[in-house]
Design a protein around this ligand. Structure first.
Ligand code: ADP
Ligand code: MG
Length: 460
């Protein structure tokens, strides 16, 4: 199966009889909220039921856990403390239940999508989640890549994929050449999405509540309900110009109760969304720069993700790039549809396209500069070996020099990231080579990094 393990919503699908199919729940919904909680009897619940329970139990319900992937934190679910990977495994399990009901067997192998911006730690946590759910994770695929696979732009050479979801934003530039789909550049923000717009809208609504504001703010339950009412209104305002926010007895009781009853307009949503959309435009420019491309060289600009359904997004991106853009008609399913197609191919269907992925972060080792050895490892220079956005597979060699005569050991930290000093990047590990033969000072030490590609084999 192919799985879009989203911050807000998750989906699962596969190829059946030559066609991509997403699995729906009993009500026909393909999007499953990425929410885990417990019901009245203390049993774990996942998806829509958990999302609905959030109003009753905001503290015991885990939402947007994807934002915590790879971090050393615990997430509360009911009375339990779980790791982000464990919570994600429960979400994956619920998706597998759904697939099993319709397939008759439980899927054992999966392709899971991740934001292109995810670092190794976040990717590793995603793999762990899959394994905890009993899956063999064949491959992690970048979300924008999956969306582009779904869109199958055929003759187009250069495609920019803009994915604006609930909690993460990604932009990738893909290059299609004789059936090869290559990611040229990828940028994004793991802390940017529709959730931010909901919060800004909430603040706006609170500021219009007058005296009642403090009572709503003091009541977590009421606040949760307000966020939900605001999100529903935001979604409706993608189609309409004005809606009424209506939720009686939002806070307090009896004659003293606060009733929510306010108009909200598309203009309000756009005012709240604008600063966040502007941040996405900055990412677009960075990705274009990384790819050494001018916007005029893009053959297609494809907008996906639920938040791309807001008309202001399409307008601002088109204005910024000075060219027409398309919003995928299946904006919030495109990633899952692409992942499902890839999963079908991995399971043996014909391959017309081969994916080439890129390194999302620079891989570097720590080395002492010309001023000699700094006091701490953190202060070593991070010397890039494989720069970000290099097409994989790749092999790069850099030469360093020993600092002592008859130096017996060479030791260097390996980090990923774009910062100048080791301590400001993400730590991957330490390489240590011992028992060096006697040699003069400044003897060369070659460091070789290889990034291997499983894609070609997986797809074939
Ligand atoms: P993720 O990839 O983060 O799981 P999705 O792509 O499913 O997220 O998008 C979820 C986000 O899209 C939510 O913030 C939701 O409010 C927003 N969204 C969904 N539909 C619409 C719509 N029609 N108009 C505006 N926002 C929408
Ligand atoms: Mg998504």
């Amino acid at each position: 199966v192919g799985i879009d393990l989203g911050t807000t919503n998750s989906l699962v699908g596969t190829v059946i009889e030559g066609g991509v199919r997403l699995f729906a729940d009993k009500t026909g919904a393909e999007l499953m909220p990425s929410v885990v909680g417990i019901d009245g009897s203390g049993a774990l619940i996942v998806g829509r039921a958990a999302r609905n329970r959030r109003v009753i139990d905001p503290d015991g319900t885990a939402v947007s856990v994807k934002r915590l992937m790879g971090k050393d934190v615990n997430v509360r679910v009911g009375d339990q403390q779980l790791t982000p990977a464990q919570v994600s495994a429960l979400i994956l399990g619920a998706l597998l239940d759904r697939a099993q009901e319709q397939l008759g067997t439980r899927p054992s192998r999966a392709i899971i999508t991740v934001p292109a911006w995810f670092d190794d730690t976040q990717r590793e946590a995603t793999r762990t989640a899959g394994e905890l759910a009993g899956l063999q994770v064949e491959r992690l695929v970048n979300e924008p890549t999956a969306a582009a696979v779904h869109y199958q732009t055929g003759s187009e050479a250069v495609v920019l994929v803009y994915d604006f979801g609930g909690g993460t934003f990604d932009v990738s530039i893909l290059d299609r050449d004789e059936g090869f789909l290559e990611v040229r550049a990828s940028r994004g923000d793991t802390q940017l999405g529709g959730d931010d717009i909901d919060r800004a809208l909430c603040d706006l609504v609170l500021s219009r509540l007058g005296d009642a504001r403090r009572r709503v703010e003091a009541d977590k339950h009421a606040l949760t309900r307000l966020v939900e009412a605001v999100e529903r209104a935001k979604i409706a305002l993608s189609e309409r110009d004005e809606v009424r926010l209506f939720d009686p007895f939002l806070a307090g009781e009896g004659g003293d109760a606060v009733h929510l009853d306010l108009p909200l307009t598309r203009q309000d949503v756009e005012d709240c969304a604008r600063p966040f959309v502007e941040k996405t435009l900055v990412c677009i420019d960075e990705a274009l720069r990384d790819a050494h491309l001018d916007a005029s060289k893009l053959d297609r600009v494809l907008l996906v993700g639920g938040s791309s359904k807001m008309p202001v997004v399409e307008r601002m991106v088109a204005d910024h790039l000075q060219r027409p853009v398309v919003v995928d008609p299946e904006a919030d399913r495109a990633v899952a549809l692409g992942a499902s197609l890839l999963a079908g191919r991995a399971a043996g269907a014909d391959v017309q396209e081969v994916l080439i992925d890129i390194t999302p972060h620079t891989l570097a080792i720590g080395a002492a500069g010309s001023e000699g050895t700094p006091v701490s490892i953190d202060d070593l220079d991070a010397v890039p070996i494989i720069p970000r956005d290099t097409v994989v597979p790749v092999e790069r060699t850099e030469t360093f020099f020993t600092m002592l005569e008859n130096q017996p050991v060479v030791e260097a930290p390996v980090v990923q990231g774009e910062e100048d000093f080791v301590g400001d990047n993400t730590w991957l590990g330490m390489i240590r080579v011992e028992d060096l033969p006697p040699s003069p000072v400044h003897s060369p030490v070659e460091v070789v990094f290889k990034y291997l590609l499983q894609t070609l084999h997986a797809l074939r």
